[in-house]
Design a protein around this ligand. Sequence first.
Ligand code: SF4
Length: 308
Amino acid sequence: MPQRLSAYLQNKYGKKIYRLSLASGCTCPNRDGSIVIDGRPLTQGCSFCSEGGSGEFASDFVDIDRQIEDAKKVIAAKTNARSFIAYFQSYTGTYGDLTRLRELYTRVTERDDIEILSIGTRPDCLGDEVTALLKELNAKKPVWIELGLQTIHDATARRVDRGYDLPVFENAYRRLKEAGIAVITHVIFGLPGESGEDCLDTIRYLSALQPTLDGIKIQNLQILKGTGMYREYCESLDSNGAERGDFHIMSMEEYTDLVAEAIALLPKETVVHRMTGDGPRWLLVEPKWSLDKKRVLNMLTAKTRDLL
Ligand code: SF4
Protein backbone atom coordinates (compact mmCIF):
# COMPACT_ATOMS: atom_id res chain seq x y z
CA MET A 1 0.00 0.00 0.00
CA PRO A 2 1.19 3.60 -0.57
CA GLN A 3 3.04 5.42 2.21
CA ARG A 4 2.46 8.81 3.73
CA LEU A 5 5.29 11.27 3.23
CA SER A 6 6.24 11.30 6.91
CA ALA A 7 6.65 7.50 6.96
CA TYR A 8 8.56 7.53 3.68
CA LEU A 9 11.03 10.14 4.97
CA GLN A 10 11.47 8.35 8.29
CA ASN A 11 12.15 5.03 6.52
CA LYS A 12 14.47 6.49 3.93
CA TYR A 13 16.41 9.02 6.01
CA GLY A 14 15.89 7.66 9.52
CA LYS A 15 14.89 11.08 10.85
CA LYS A 16 12.29 13.78 10.62
CA ILE A 17 12.76 16.21 7.77
CA TYR A 18 10.89 19.48 7.83
CA ARG A 19 9.73 21.55 4.92
CA LEU A 20 10.86 25.14 4.45
CA SER A 21 8.58 27.21 2.18
CA LEU A 22 10.83 29.41 0.08
CA ALA A 23 10.41 31.85 -2.80
CA SER A 24 12.35 31.36 -6.04
CA GLY A 25 11.64 34.83 -7.43
CA CYS A 26 10.24 33.22 -10.60
CA THR A 27 7.02 34.37 -12.20
CA CYS A 28 4.55 32.22 -14.13
CA PRO A 29 4.03 32.07 -17.92
CA ASN A 30 0.33 31.73 -17.24
CA ARG A 31 0.34 35.19 -15.68
CA ASP A 32 2.76 37.18 -17.82
CA GLY A 33 0.92 36.66 -21.10
CA SER A 34 3.47 34.23 -22.63
CA ILE A 35 0.84 31.54 -23.07
CA VAL A 36 -1.69 32.28 -25.79
CA ILE A 37 -4.76 30.09 -26.18
CA ASP A 38 -7.02 30.68 -29.20
CA GLY A 39 -5.41 34.10 -29.68
CA ARG A 40 -5.98 35.07 -26.02
CA PRO A 41 -2.85 35.71 -23.89
CA LEU A 42 -3.33 34.26 -20.39
CA THR A 43 -2.60 36.93 -17.77
CA GLN A 44 -4.76 35.91 -14.82
CA GLY A 45 -3.22 32.51 -14.13
CA CYS A 46 -5.15 29.29 -13.60
CA SER A 47 -8.58 30.40 -12.43
CA PHE A 48 -8.21 28.69 -9.01
CA CYS A 49 -4.78 30.22 -8.31
CA SER A 50 -4.48 33.14 -5.92
CA GLU A 51 -2.30 36.21 -6.44
CA GLY A 52 0.46 34.57 -4.43
CA GLY A 53 0.81 31.87 -7.07
CA SER A 54 -0.38 29.08 -4.75
CA GLY A 55 2.46 29.80 -2.36
CA GLU A 56 1.21 32.30 0.22
CA PHE A 57 3.41 30.79 2.91
CA ALA A 58 6.68 31.46 1.14
CA SER A 59 8.39 34.73 1.90
CA ASP A 60 9.03 37.26 -0.86
CA PHE A 61 12.27 36.76 -2.70
CA VAL A 62 15.29 37.81 -0.72
CA ASP A 63 18.74 36.24 -0.55
CA ILE A 64 18.18 32.49 -0.44
CA ASP A 65 20.44 31.79 2.55
CA ARG A 66 18.59 34.44 4.52
CA GLN A 67 15.22 32.97 3.52
CA ILE A 68 16.38 29.55 4.69
CA GLU A 69 17.70 30.86 8.00
CA ASP A 70 14.49 32.82 8.66
CA ALA A 71 12.28 29.84 7.79
CA LYS A 72 14.40 27.58 10.02
CA LYS A 73 13.94 29.94 12.96
CA VAL A 74 10.15 29.59 12.70
CA ILE A 75 10.39 25.78 12.75
CA ALA A 76 13.12 25.69 15.41
CA ALA A 77 10.78 27.54 17.78
CA LYS A 78 8.58 24.40 17.87
CA THR A 79 10.99 21.53 17.12
CA ASN A 80 14.64 20.55 17.21
CA ALA A 81 14.69 20.32 13.42
CA ARG A 82 18.07 19.85 11.77
CA SER A 83 17.24 18.62 8.26
CA PHE A 84 15.01 20.24 5.70
CA ILE A 85 13.29 20.07 2.35
CA ALA A 86 13.84 23.35 0.48
CA TYR A 87 10.39 23.77 -1.03
CA PHE A 88 9.86 26.30 -3.81
CA GLN A 89 6.10 26.19 -4.17
CA SER A 90 4.98 29.53 -5.49
CA TYR A 91 4.62 30.35 -9.17
CA THR A 92 6.76 28.38 -11.64
CA GLY A 93 10.13 27.48 -10.16
CA THR A 94 11.83 26.56 -13.44
CA TYR A 95 10.66 29.59 -15.39
CA GLY A 96 13.31 32.24 -15.88
CA ASP A 97 16.93 32.88 -16.66
CA LEU A 98 18.85 29.63 -16.55
CA THR A 99 21.99 31.18 -15.07
CA ARG A 100 19.99 32.64 -12.20
CA LEU A 101 18.16 29.36 -11.60
CA ARG A 102 21.47 27.48 -11.62
CA GLU A 103 22.99 29.82 -9.04
CA LEU A 104 19.90 29.78 -6.82
CA TYR A 105 19.39 26.03 -6.73
CA THR A 106 23.10 25.20 -6.58
CA ARG A 107 23.42 27.31 -3.43
CA VAL A 108 20.50 25.41 -1.93
CA THR A 109 21.87 21.95 -2.75
CA GLU A 110 25.30 22.87 -1.35
CA ARG A 111 23.93 23.51 2.14
CA ASP A 112 24.43 20.73 4.68
CA ASP A 113 21.05 21.33 6.31
CA ILE A 114 19.10 20.78 3.06
CA GLU A 115 18.38 17.12 2.31
CA ILE A 116 15.98 17.57 -0.62
CA LEU A 117 15.31 20.27 -3.19
CA SER A 118 11.63 20.39 -4.14
CA ILE A 119 10.46 22.68 -6.95
CA GLY A 120 6.89 23.36 -8.02
CA THR A 121 6.58 24.05 -11.72
CA ARG A 122 4.63 23.51 -14.94
CA PRO A 123 5.34 20.78 -17.49
CA ASP A 124 5.71 23.38 -20.25
CA CYS A 125 8.62 25.00 -18.37
CA LEU A 126 10.92 22.00 -18.42
CA GLY A 127 12.92 22.33 -21.61
CA ASP A 128 16.06 20.32 -22.28
CA GLU A 129 18.43 22.84 -20.65
CA VAL A 130 16.35 23.08 -17.48
CA THR A 131 16.01 19.30 -17.31
CA ALA A 132 19.78 18.95 -17.72
CA LEU A 133 20.28 21.40 -14.83
CA LEU A 134 17.85 19.45 -12.64
CA LYS A 135 19.68 16.24 -13.48
CA GLU A 136 22.97 17.85 -12.50
CA LEU A 137 21.51 19.08 -9.18
CA ASN A 138 19.93 15.68 -8.57
CA ALA A 139 23.42 14.15 -8.64
CA LYS A 140 24.25 16.24 -5.53
CA LYS A 141 20.95 16.12 -3.61
CA PRO A 142 17.59 14.52 -4.41
CA VAL A 143 15.48 16.83 -6.55
CA TRP A 144 11.71 16.54 -6.51
CA ILE A 145 9.72 18.19 -9.27
CA GLU A 146 6.11 18.98 -8.40
CA LEU A 147 3.80 19.30 -11.40
CA GLY A 148 0.44 21.01 -11.06
CA LEU A 149 -1.57 18.74 -13.33
CA GLN A 150 -4.83 19.01 -11.33
CA THR A 151 -6.85 16.95 -13.84
CA ILE A 152 -6.29 14.75 -16.90
CA HIS A 153 -9.42 16.10 -18.56
CA ASP A 154 -8.48 18.68 -21.17
CA ALA A 155 -11.98 20.21 -21.20
CA THR A 156 -11.60 21.03 -17.50
CA ALA A 157 -8.02 22.19 -18.00
CA ARG A 158 -9.21 24.67 -20.61
CA ARG A 159 -12.15 25.69 -18.43
CA VAL A 160 -9.73 26.67 -15.63
CA ASP A 161 -7.13 28.21 -17.97
CA ARG A 162 -4.37 25.78 -17.03
CA GLY A 163 -2.72 26.62 -20.32
CA TYR A 164 -1.51 23.23 -21.55
CA ASP A 165 -3.01 19.89 -22.57
CA LEU A 166 -2.27 16.42 -21.27
CA PRO A 167 0.39 15.44 -23.88
CA VAL A 168 2.57 18.29 -22.53
CA PHE A 169 2.47 16.67 -19.09
CA GLU A 170 3.23 13.25 -20.59
CA ASN A 171 6.25 14.57 -22.43
CA ALA A 172 7.68 16.36 -19.37
CA TYR A 173 7.00 13.34 -17.17
CA ARG A 174 8.86 10.99 -19.50
CA ARG A 175 11.87 13.30 -19.78
CA LEU A 176 12.07 13.93 -16.03
CA LYS A 177 11.93 10.21 -15.31
CA GLU A 178 14.59 9.54 -17.95
CA ALA A 179 16.74 12.10 -16.11
CA GLY A 180 16.22 10.15 -12.88
CA ILE A 181 14.19 12.88 -11.17
CA ALA A 182 11.34 12.18 -8.76
CA VAL A 183 7.98 13.58 -9.87
CA ILE A 184 5.15 14.55 -7.57
CA THR A 185 1.84 15.43 -9.20
CA HIS A 186 -0.77 17.80 -7.79
CA VAL A 187 -4.43 16.92 -8.29
CA ILE A 188 -7.54 18.93 -7.40
CA PHE A 189 -10.84 17.19 -6.65
CA GLY A 190 -14.02 19.17 -7.24
CA LEU A 191 -13.09 21.29 -10.23
CA PRO A 192 -16.22 22.67 -11.94
CA GLY A 193 -17.89 20.19 -14.27
CA GLU A 194 -16.05 17.16 -12.85
CA SER A 195 -17.81 14.26 -11.15
CA GLY A 196 -16.21 11.99 -8.56
CA GLU A 197 -15.62 9.46 -11.36
CA ASP A 198 -13.79 12.10 -13.40
CA CYS A 199 -11.50 12.71 -10.40
CA LEU A 200 -10.91 8.98 -10.02
CA ASP A 201 -10.10 8.77 -13.75
CA THR A 202 -7.27 11.20 -13.09
CA ILE A 203 -6.01 8.97 -10.28
CA ARG A 204 -6.35 5.82 -12.45
CA TYR A 205 -4.32 7.49 -15.17
CA LEU A 206 -1.60 8.57 -12.73
CA SER A 207 -1.57 5.12 -11.13
CA ALA A 208 -0.88 3.54 -14.52
CA LEU A 209 2.07 5.82 -15.39
CA GLN A 210 5.33 4.08 -16.23
CA PRO A 211 7.76 4.56 -14.61
CA THR A 212 5.63 4.73 -11.48
CA LEU A 213 4.70 8.13 -10.13
CA ASP A 214 6.84 9.02 -7.11
CA GLY A 215 4.38 11.14 -5.21
CA ILE A 216 0.98 12.77 -5.21
CA LYS A 217 -0.69 15.73 -3.54
CA ILE A 218 -4.47 15.67 -3.55
CA GLN A 219 -6.50 18.65 -2.51
CA ASN A 220 -10.09 19.81 -2.63
CA LEU A 221 -10.96 22.77 -4.81
CA GLN A 222 -10.76 25.90 -2.72
CA ILE A 223 -12.56 29.00 -3.89
CA LEU A 224 -10.24 31.85 -2.99
CA LYS A 225 -11.14 35.53 -3.00
CA GLY A 226 -9.68 37.50 -5.88
CA THR A 227 -9.42 34.54 -8.28
CA GLY A 228 -11.22 34.02 -11.58
CA MET A 229 -12.83 30.94 -10.03
CA TYR A 230 -14.25 33.11 -7.22
CA ARG A 231 -15.86 35.46 -9.74
CA GLU A 232 -17.33 32.55 -11.71
CA TYR A 233 -18.56 30.89 -8.53
CA CYS A 234 -20.32 34.05 -7.33
CA GLU A 235 -21.96 34.43 -10.73
CA SER A 236 -23.13 30.81 -10.63
CA LEU A 237 -25.10 31.26 -7.38
CA ASP A 238 -28.79 32.05 -7.55
CA SER A 239 -30.36 34.83 -5.47
CA ASN A 240 -30.66 32.44 -2.51
CA GLY A 241 -26.99 31.54 -2.65
CA ALA A 242 -27.70 28.04 -4.01
CA GLU A 243 -25.26 26.46 -6.46
CA ARG A 244 -26.16 26.38 -10.11
CA GLY A 245 -24.24 25.60 -13.28
CA ASP A 246 -21.35 23.17 -13.05
CA PHE A 247 -20.08 24.11 -9.59
CA HIS A 248 -20.51 21.63 -6.81
CA ILE A 249 -18.74 22.27 -3.53
CA MET A 250 -18.28 18.87 -1.95
CA SER A 251 -19.12 18.27 1.70
CA MET A 252 -16.32 17.07 3.97
CA GLU A 253 -17.84 13.58 3.94
CA GLU A 254 -18.02 13.46 0.14
CA TYR A 255 -14.47 14.72 -0.25
CA THR A 256 -12.91 12.40 2.31
CA ASP A 257 -14.78 9.39 0.85
CA LEU A 258 -13.43 10.29 -2.59
CA VAL A 259 -9.88 10.63 -1.28
CA ALA A 260 -10.12 7.19 0.33
CA GLU A 261 -11.27 5.73 -3.00
CA ALA A 262 -8.36 7.47 -4.72
CA ILE A 263 -5.75 6.23 -2.24
CA ALA A 264 -7.00 2.67 -2.75
CA LEU A 265 -6.17 3.00 -6.47
CA LEU A 266 -2.57 4.17 -6.03
CA PRO A 267 0.40 1.86 -6.49
CA LYS A 268 2.38 1.11 -3.33
CA GLU A 269 5.44 3.02 -4.61
CA THR A 270 3.57 6.34 -4.84
CA VAL A 271 4.08 8.45 -1.73
CA VAL A 272 1.09 10.46 -0.53
CA HIS A 273 2.37 13.95 0.27
CA ARG A 274 -0.93 15.62 1.01
CA MET A 275 -4.63 14.81 1.09
CA THR A 276 -6.20 18.19 1.71
CA GLY A 277 -5.87 21.78 0.61
CA ASP A 278 -3.90 24.26 2.64
CA GLY A 279 -4.72 27.54 0.95
CA PRO A 280 -4.63 30.84 2.84
CA ARG A 281 -7.42 31.02 5.44
CA TRP A 282 -7.88 34.73 4.91
CA LEU A 283 -8.81 34.17 1.24
CA LEU A 284 -10.94 31.05 1.59
CA VAL A 285 -14.60 31.38 0.59
CA GLU A 286 -15.56 27.71 0.10
CA PRO A 287 -15.58 25.03 1.34
CA LYS A 288 -15.77 26.47 4.85
CA TRP A 289 -15.20 23.05 6.42
CA SER A 290 -11.62 23.09 5.18
CA LEU A 291 -10.89 25.80 7.77
CA ASP A 292 -11.22 23.09 10.43
CA LYS A 293 -8.05 21.35 9.33
CA LYS A 294 -7.82 19.16 12.42
CA ARG A 295 -11.28 17.71 11.81
CA VAL A 296 -10.58 17.14 8.12
CA LEU A 297 -7.29 15.40 8.89
CA ASN A 298 -8.93 13.23 11.55
CA MET A 299 -11.61 12.16 9.10
CA LEU A 300 -9.04 11.44 6.40
CA THR A 301 -6.91 9.45 8.82
CA ALA A 302 -9.92 7.38 9.88
CA LYS A 303 -11.01 6.68 6.29
CA THR A 304 -7.52 5.81 4.99
CA ARG A 305 -6.33 3.88 8.07
CA ASP A 306 -6.22 0.54 6.25
CA LEU A 307 -5.01 2.04 2.98
CA LEU A 308 -1.82 3.90 4.00
S1 SF4 B 1 -1.36 27.38 -10.39
FE1 SF4 B 1 0.80 27.47 -10.99
S2 SF4 B 1 0.72 27.53 -13.22
FE2 SF4 B 1 -1.32 28.11 -12.52
S3 SF4 B 1 -1.27 30.35 -12.39
FE3 SF4 B 1 -0.76 29.54 -10.38
S4 SF4 B 1 1.47 29.51 -10.33
FE4 SF4 B 1 0.85 29.67 -12.51
